[in-house]
Design a protein around this ligand. Structure first.
Ligand code: GDP
Ligand code: MN
Ligand code: MN
Length: 255
């Protein structure tokens, strides 16, 4: 088996209103069946006009309190609160669950690769945006393609960040191994492979985090296409079953 990771070249600096599907199609005309198109959330957000100025945010008392704990700007903290449905840790950094259920630092609000002194939010409904872009590319090419929208996240337990999936179209989040045999005929009982995160991580080897200008990567050689309705939420663990989040919330509530 071999896998090809192909940068989509010549993508411009994305502006509000830009047609991401059309830009990818024009710069990657040889898209084939089963290709997986990995797209950095940054350009999806830019096309949706999700930039804002910190100066325009009015901080609440709560934002001021958390900002003082962390040495952050209260307006930035307010922006994070506005994007969050739950604050899991307030300090020394804000780990939150965003409106789509994704758990990450600062609700994914970022200024890198944005320009103009602006901040950028994550897309609010990343599955819908993945489907919108994917359907448009499917229509232009006639090919059965999948889309993964990604963001770069830190992880518990280890230093270093990796790209993870935040929105899906035509690819299941998890590859089931439960019930399959291992090398020695033993039945696997708990193995569920988070393939969309693995693919996101692989694509980031081509994207990078800096000024490389590669926000889209085409992955060829995998067999993960599905027509079924999928959602990134399929891989978000129930809060009650998540020992780490429960423990962090307990800690926060003790303070
Ligand atoms: P994130 O992981 O979604 O937050 O995105 P990053 O800021 O890490 O950027 C991922 C890749 O996309 C990097 O190669 C950036 O240089 C590139 N990138 C970000 N915005 C643009 C853009 O508007 N146009 C182009 N061509 N590349 C961009
Ligand atoms: Mn980001
Ligand atoms: Mn990144």
């Amino acid at each position: 088996m071999s896998l090809i990771l192909q940068a989509v070249e010549n993508i411009p600096l994305i502006q509000k209103g830009d047609d991401i599907a059309d830009i990818i199609f024009k710069n990657a005309p040889d898209i084939a069946d089963k290709d997986i198109i990995v797209i950095a959330s940054t350009i999806v957000s830019k096309s949706l006009g999700l930039t804002f100025r910190e100066e325009d945010v009015v901080p609440s008392a709560d934002a001021k309190r958390i900002a003082a704990l962390n040495g952050k700007d209260p307006r930035f903290v307010q922006a994070v609160l506005d994007e969050s449905i739950e604050v899991i840790t307030e300090t020394p950094f804000m780990l939150v669950r965003n409106k789509n259920g994704h758990v990450c630092i600062n609700a994914g609000i970022d200024s890198s690769n944005v320009g103009g002194g602006l901040l950028l939010k994550l897309p609010e409904k990343p599955d819908e945006h993945a489907a919108f872009i994917g359907k448009a590319i499917k229509q232009k090419t006639g090919k059965k393609i999948s889309v993964i929208i990604t963001d770069t996240n830190g992880r518990s337990f280890k230093s270093g960040q990796t790209n993870v999936a935040i929105g899906l179209y035509n690819i299941k989040a998890i590859r089931q191994w439960i019930g399959e045999e291992d090398l020695y005929g033993r039945i696997l009982e708990i193995s569920e492979e988070a393939v969309v995160d693995e693919i996101a991580g692989a694509a980031n080897l081509v994207m990078g985090e800096g000024g490389g200008g590669v926000p889209a990567v085409i992955i060829r050689g995998l067999d993960f296409y599905t027509d079924e309705k999928v959602s990134i939420k399929d891989m978000y663990r129930d809060q009650e079953k998540d020992l780490v989040i429960r423990s962090l919330l307990e800690l926060k509530n003790k303070k």
